[in-house]
Design a protein around this ligand. Structure first.
Ligand code: 26W
Length: 777
């Protein structure tokens, strides 16, 4: 049954009237957002209810993740309901432009790829009728907001995302659970967010836990006039879900983080046990035949000992509880970077979750008795990835090459003994948000060409391939130009910079990390800049290099790279010699909504991590789907992208995994730097005063050429790949001059995107890991 737009409009007006006493036309963006969202929540409520109840008795999967980067929900929800255009129209007829909701902030309850993947998976499961629910944490503050100061340095601000309310969730206080620590017990209160499927009645659920105190106010302290003490319990509880940790890819052992993780695990499992009992009775021995649980990296790995603890508290013995846990859980690894693998000091862990430590030790003892060469605990440290491989059914990587590295390297010893546990599930992205919503123009063109909707079945997009002709390429190029014009408007408003939509848009958008090599991109830009000034690149096609990235606030090198790029941007953008050839823009506060503007406008997608470091990447898929060619290494999902779209339609450069492994011991970056005066001149701008320099930039320079205590020089092989990178980058630039040929490559990428739908990924999880079937109600 179709949703009734006029009713939603009427309810919106009624909500505005009785909560704010304003008309549709008078309402602020926040007021309109709240009222419209509430109207939508009413419209979907029957479907949401049916979806929950019709599946109570069948096998289900649960996704547990510390992060969900869901972004702005209002447009994507209307889109998935199939009513975005009609609602826009209805509002427009009343003089209201729904574009004002662009002012509504994103819900950024995640850092980057791992959190966005979780959000895409929920969208895909709902849209393909796969019975999957998500569990997560409702952080009061999401990922920090980013600005740049006049030095070009990142400045962080609090992301109080729900300050105007959170109309997309219901507080379900009746499902509150208690979570106990040695020094206090807290309440975990669930907030349920609907996950609206596309082209189906199905509505899934994301349940987010918020910590609160058992006693809001300590009355005896209050009566003693000790107001501060009266509030300590409240603060201590609320502190747990106060803020999302902004670290991406580096691990920090923090007490509060253990508490967060434990609340997520304990609350979610208590909730599952409650549901299980309601549906199947008190005999828990069949738990694993009804529930499959996916651990999104190791952040929720304490779920394993917690389930064992809860089952034993119900009277089960250890061996039986262990066996159920082993059949219930599977684990997805998202990184091979050693510094990101969680390993908790046992004493720290014991001081926060003593019973969990006892169970981990018991599991470790069992493991060592069976396989003396394997371990979970070593040197008083618990290795959470090992725990997850041992007490789980499957472990998977997120791209083919990554899953191979897990077997050959990261979990080598484990693979020898448990080869049948290892799987690959190449990541994907939801084509609804990352094509339909962000690029309606391209979506329309494709629908028209292949005849009908394809966003619910991305395999259909392959039909384009044999149809690509000059006419289609010209239409594609016109759409790309239109998306660049739209992005230019956004950049003018947000950054105050005016760009020419006729330029090539070369984009690198992702978290800032040394391994992602934004510095390599920057160095090549400086090299190109000098060559242009010397007249060495007469045929250079005008290009804007666009960056978007947040750095972890404590990551000094990453912050220095941001500053350096801002400084070269200032130099280049103010140099009249290159004004008609070169621009550099680092956008502030890159997030989901910014991505939705940038991605459709991109010509070139920079995916330049050294081979073997990026587990998969998902931005690469979003950019491909929107017709950017990949300028990238044979790393992560880039390998599969070029396999689908053709090497000849992308720009692949750099050393392969075996090549990097072979050169490791003899690598001499300084030699490469010294033997190339172009490269040297570009690298020197870190320190030579061409742009303002500082200690951190000097440190970057030395890390590159001399190394540090921690790492040999140029740990991420910038110099090794430099020549091949620059040459390939310039080849892409030259190729752009032939607009028909280049546009044809772009379209080949669009038409080859089917594999990278998260619908495909989630179906593979359902079939090959969870063993569940899609069920329509
Ligand atoms: C505990 C600190 C910490 C925080 C986050 C360690 C590790 C992480 C994540 C594993 C980092 C992450 O987001 N990984 C990314 O996951 C994406 C989805 O699978 C992949 O596409 C990216 O390649 C990978 O970097």
């Amino acid at each position: 049954m179709k949703y009734d737009c006029p009713s939603i409009l009427k309810w919106t007006e009624a909500q505005l009237k009785y909560t704010y006493d304003v008309s549709l036309q008078e309402a602020s963006a926040q007021e309109l957002h709240e009222a419209l969202s509430q109207a939508v929540m009413m419209a979907i409520s029957d479907n949401w209810n049916h979806s929950k109840h019709s599946r109570m008795h069948s096998r289900k999967a649960y996704y547990i993740s510390a992060e969900y980067l869901i972004g702005r929900l209002v447009y994507s929800n209307l889109f998935n309901m199939g009513i975005l255009d009609e609602m826009k129209q209805l509002f427009a007829e009343r003089g209201v432009d729904l574009a004002i909701l662009e002012d509504i902030e994103d819900a950024a309850l995640g850092n980057g790829g791992l959190g966005r993947l979780a959000a895409c998976f929920l969208d895909s499961a709902a849209s393909t009728d796969i019975p999957l629910s998500g569990y997560g944490l409702r952080y009061r503050f999401g990922l920090f907001k980013q600005k740049f100061d006049d030095q070009g340095s990142q400045v962080e601000g609090a992301d109080d995302w729900a300050k105007y309310g959170d109309p997309w969730s219901y507080r379900r206080y009746n499902h509150t659970v208690k979570v106990t620590f040695p020094d206090h017990t807290v309440l975990a209160v669930p907030y349920d967010v609907p996950v609206i499927g596309y082209g189906t009645q199905n509505v899934g659920t994301l349940r987010l836990w918020q910590c609160e105190a058992e006693e809001e106010l300590d009355f005896s302290a209050f009566n003693d006039q000790d107001y501060l003490r009266a509030l300590t319990q409240k603060n201590k509880a609320e502190d747990i879900t106060r803020v999302l940790y902004p670290n991406d890819s580096t691990w920090e052992g923090k007490r509060l983080r253990i508490k967060q993780q434990y609340v997520l695990c304990s609350a979610s499992l208590q909730d599952m046990l409650r549901r299980y009992k309601a549906a199947h009775g008190n005999d828990l021995s069949n738990f694993a035949s009804f529930y499959a649980v996916q651990l999104n990296d190791t952040h929720p790995a304490m779920s394993i000992p917690e389930l064992i603890r809860l089952l034993m508290a119900e009277g089960m013995n250890f061996d039986q509880a262990f066996s159920i846990a082993q059949q219930t859980f599977s684990y997805t690894n998202h990184t091979v970077m050693g510094e990101a693998l969680e390993k908790w000091d046992l004493e720290l862990l014991r001081s926060v979750v003593p019973e969990i430590v006892e169970i981990i030790l018991r599991i470790d003892a069992k493991l060592k008795s069976e396989h003396p060469n394997l371990f979970i605990v070593r040197d008083n440290t618990a290795h959470m990835a090992n725990l997850s491989v041992y007490v789980g059914t499957y472990v998977n990587g997120v791209a083919e090459i990554h899953s191979e590295i897990l077997k050959d390297d990261v979990f080598r010893d484990w693979y020898q003994i448990f080869p049948e546990r290892f799987q690959n599930k190449t990541n994907g992205v939801t084509p609804r948000r990352w094509m339909g919503l962000c690029n309606p123009e391209l979506t329309q063109m494709i629908k028209y060409r292949i005849g009908g909707d394809f966003l619910g079945d991305l395999d259909r997009i392959a039909k384009l391939k044999p149809m690509i002709d000059n006419d289609m390429v010209q239409q594609f190029n016109a759409i790309k130009h239109q998306k660049k014009e739209q992005l230019c408007q956004v950049l003018l408003k947000q950054e105050g910079i005016r760009l020419n939509p006729d330029f090539i848009f070369d984009v690198q958008i992702k978290r800032l990390h040394e391994y992602k090599r934004q510095l390599l991109n920057a160095i090549s830009i400086m090299d190109i800049y000098f060559r242009l000034k010397n007249g060495e690149l007469p045929d250079f096609q005008p290009t804007v290099y666009l960056f978007g990235a947040k750095s972890a606030p404590g990551y000094a090198r990453a912050k220095a790279i941001i500053r350096y790029i801002n400084r070269i941007a200032f130099l280049i953008n103010n140099d009249p010699d290159v004004a008609d050839k070169l621009k550099v823009v680092f956008v502030q506060n890159y997030n989901c909504s910014y991505a939705e503007h940038i991605i459709p406008a991109a010509d070139i997608s920079e995916q330049i991590s050294p081979a073997g470091t990026e587990a998969s990447g998902t931005g690469n898929m979003k950019l491909m789907l929107n017709g950017a060619v990949t300028l990238g290494t044979l790393d992560g999902a880039n390998v599969e992208i070029v396999k689908e779209a053709g090497l000849e339609n992308n720009y692949i450069f750099g050393a392969t995994v075996p090549e990097i492994n072979a050169c490791r011991d003899v690598y001499n970056p300084r030699g490469i730097y010294e033997s190339d005066h172009h490269l040297r001149r570009a690298v020197d701008t870190l320190v030579d005063g061409t742009v303002p320099t500082d200690d951190a930039q000097r440190e970057l320079f030395h890390a590159l050429l001399d190394g540090t205590h921690w790492h040999r020089a140029d740990h991420y092989f910038l110099m090794l790949d430099y020549h091949s990178y620059l040459e390939t980058k310039l080849r892409a630039n030259r190729d752009y001059a032939n607009r028909l040929e280049f546009g044809r490559k772009c379209l080949m990428n669009v038409a080859s995107g089917a594999k990278f739908s998260s619908d495909r990924t989630i179906r593979q999880y359902a079939e090959e890991i969870w063993h569940i079937e899609p069920t329509k109600y």
